[in-house]
Ligand binder design. Structure first.
Ligand code: GLU
Length: 493
């Protein structure tokens, strides 16, 4: 097969949000196609009308734009093999169903929902796998035609052949074979005239010239049905690759309903798109060396299905947090500032104004998420809470008053450019504190607690040099002068 013929697809059902498993499937399809110079198609599988979620498609598209994953063909994009929404292709499916019916490969089934339920209950009770008992398969052509003509509700099922071994060759799992007696006479066309997933999926993969079907392992049991359908139609099979399950850290199966699986939630929490892609790429695939950080372009050149494991991949949010921190580390102060700006409180924005980038530079170390850095900045820039009486008592002595006066004068004399360089400011702060402390016999814990009392009035809080760096000269001096005044008042009373 030449490179230009590689065509993959991501075929979500618009039944909800994009979850991390869906993203992994889309990403692997993208990487595989792009590496081969091929195309990736977005196809909307909306044949289950009862589970449709409005806005699901625009949401998918919006998220893929955010992630920088571009499809070559799809709804809104167009392409030679459209429409790319299954509900717009109904006639095609019906026509193919007729072909199967004409050859006796599909038959109408009139069984009521109640009968099917009863049958299933009995099978489960006796420990058998629930499967259609083929009651309608033996109806005569005349009877079926008469009942259809009378308008009786019916579905169309596939006539699975007896005693055949159906082989699925899977690029990840190897050869898997299924005994046809274990394959259900699957419904292909529902009573509402819509195809089921199986029929529409096979027809579209064929018509859209999909060369590789790459999807989650949960679809493996459906694949023998698909293989049979390809045979019924006399079509070449695509290659199949079923991706390993995603597991929770306790190795239980991760479902769409587990917490924290919506890609949108990660976006809202400030996860970087590149970090999320990098993290998701490693859920089942591993590179040839022990590198962990890959851009999308690097993933394209490194990716191969041979390096996708069979074993389930653990979705470890701690690792995602680490990965995100790695990407944040690579941002300049200016980039990081612009990214967290929308997450900082309005009051902090106006309080910090041109000191914001300095503040980011001072506090960014070890940041795992934009939101946590933004929260920290908002908190530090906020007005101080109530003072603590015990702390304030530390200021109520003649030594403390004189010490603070001298220290404040020292702070006032710090040159302007030192205020803009955190390391220098921190050094000046410590030197001044020690020097003024020495003049009045204050050192160690007493010295630092007195300064903390003067600056915040509270026993706990951020490192003082950081705090004054964020406040800037004016607010720091205002705070210190208030403390000097308080101390002088206290001793004169
Ligand atoms: N519509 C199916 C899904 O949601 C597609 C499965 C497949 O890729 O064949 O996930």
């Amino acid at each position: 097969m030449t490179a230009s013929l590689i065509r993959t697809r991501y075929a979500p059902s618009p039944t909800g949000y994009l979850h991390v498993g869906g993203l992994r499937t889309a990403l692997y399809n993208y990487l595989f196609a792009k590496k081969a110079g091929g195309k990736i198609i977005l196809r909307v599988e909306d044949t289950d009308r009862t589970r449709l979620v409005e806005d699901a498609v625009p949401n998918f598209i919006d998220i893929f734009n955010w992630l920088g994953i571009e499809f070559d063909e799809g709804p809104r994009i167009g392409g030679e093999y459209g429409p790319y929404v299954q509900s717009e292709r109904l006639e095609l499916y019906r026509e193919h169903l007729r072909q199967l019916a004409d050859q006796g490969l599909a038959y109408p089934c009139f069984c009521s929902a109640e009968r099917l339920q009863q049958m299933r209950d009995t099978q489960i009770k006796s420990g058998q796998p629930p499967m259609y008992d083929r009651a309608c398969r033996n109806l005569s052509a005349e009877e079926s035609a008469r009942r259809i003509a009378q308008g009786e509700a019916h579905v169309w099922r596939m006539a699975v052949p007896d005693k055949q071994l159906v082989e699925v060759q899977d690029l990840i799992r190897g050869d898997v074979s299924f005994e046809s007696s274990t394959i259900d006479d699957q419904v292909l066309l529902k009573s509402d005239g819509y195809p089921t997933y199986h029929l529409a999926n096979v027809i579209d993969d064929h018509r859209m010239k999909i060369s590789h079907v790459i999807r989650g392992e949960e679809w493996l049991p459906s694949t023998p049905k698909h293989v049979l359908l390809y045979k019924f139609f006399n079509w070449d099979l695509p290659r199949f690759a079923h991706l390993p399950l995603l597991l929770n850290p306790d190795r239980s199966k991760m479902s769409k309903r587990s917490g924290d699986v919506a890609v949108e939630d990660y976006r809202r929490k400030g996860t970087l798109p590149d970090a999320l892609i990098n993290f998701v790429a490693l859920l089942g695939w591993h590179p040839s060396d022990d590198r962990e950080i890959f851009s999308l372009a690097e993933l394209v050149s490194e990716f191969s299905l041979e390096r996708v494991n069979k074993a389930g991949a653990v979705f470890d949010t701690t690792k995602l947090a680490w990965m995100n921190a790695e990407y944040i580390k690579r941002e300049s102060d200016e980039e990081l500032t612009s990214h967290i700006l929308p997450l900082i409180s309005e009051s902090a924005k106006s309080e910090l104004s041109e000191r914001l980038e300095f503040t980011v530079a001072t506090l960014r170390g070890g940041t795992e998420a934009y939101q946590s850095l933004a929260d920290r900045i908002s908190e530090l820039a906020a007005p101080l809470g109530e003072t603590d009486a015990e702390m304030m008592a530390l200021l109520e002595s003649a030594e403390a008053a004189s010490f603070l006066k001298e220290f404040t004068a020292g702070i006032e004399a710090i040159p302007a450019d030192t205020w803009n360089r955190f390391e220098n400011l921190a050094d000046s702060f410590k030197e001044l504190a020690k020097a003024s402390g020495k003049s009045y016999g204050m050192k160690g814990k007493t010295l630092w607690m007195t300064l903390r009392a003067a600056l915040t009035g509270q026993p706990h809080g951020p490192e003082l040099p950081k705090l004054i760096g964020i406040w800037g000269r004016a607010r720091t001096l205002q705070q210190l002068n208030t403390a000097v005044h308080y101390a002088s008042q206290a001793i004169s009373e």
